[in-house]
Design a protein around this ligand. Sequence first.
Ligand SMILES: [Zn+2]
Length: 298
Amino acid sequence: MSFLSKLNALDLYLSGLPWLFRHFLQKKKVTILMFHHPSPEYFDKAITALKKRYNIISLSRFMDTTQANKWSLPAYPLIVTLDDGWASNYALLPVLEKHQIPVTIFLMAAMANTNRHPWFSFVNNQKQKKELKTVSNSSRISALNRMGFVETKEYDTRLILNKEEIVDMQQSGLVEFGSHTLFHPILPHCNDNTALEEIQLSKKKTEELTGKPCRFFSFPNGDYSERDIRLCKKAGYEAAVTLDVGYNSRNDDPFRLKRISVPDNATISELLVKASGFWAFFKVLVHKQKQSRRHSGL
Ligand SMILES: [Zn+2]
């Protein structure tokens, strides 16, 4: 049994190891967290706990500091991001206002302000979903079509934020919107034209929805290739977030910002263990160990 599965989050939290990570690794580096659709109750508790340990700043502030070549961030800087732009994010606005903290929401721009549903919420089978992420984009779309799913179909229920909600959130001054492509494909599996469209048009669409420049991009599923980074630069983004594990400093490539995925529903000790990067760090370590065992025939 692995080290991780033997211990639960509370044990890890009480062990003080996440504290050491925070104290030595996160003090002068920027930690970026990724949520999706937390409930307002959980988000309130999560932000309360994070605020005690970190200084929550906006992605814009981090990039402004980096671009000005003048590091003026508080200690333990942390950025909160939410991917996809779920309609339920609107209910988080009172929590943001209560705590006066900024967040970045990455929108699937062709889904926002429509009743379209993302492909991954249509597919319930986890194995099937995983497989669809490994095939070419056209094979994924054909397979989904065969299953009865069409990207542009308008459903009765709305899952993603609409324009009113987006504008309202933005007017609070606490929410900035970035792009998360149009339809959430796996970019490295797209041909050049589709990748360009997903990256470039989603920027334009996000700007139409918000009336503000769309500065940032989030790679769906955290997957990207060199070409996708090139296309992001060409489209005029200033930075892009990945799901590569780690923290960020001012000299890091702004188009490969590292991010830590945190749960939308968990205990606060689990959230803090994950936000410290400790969990992801050990997952990578265990994975590497397994790989080297495999390679050495063990
Ligand atoms: Zn996503």
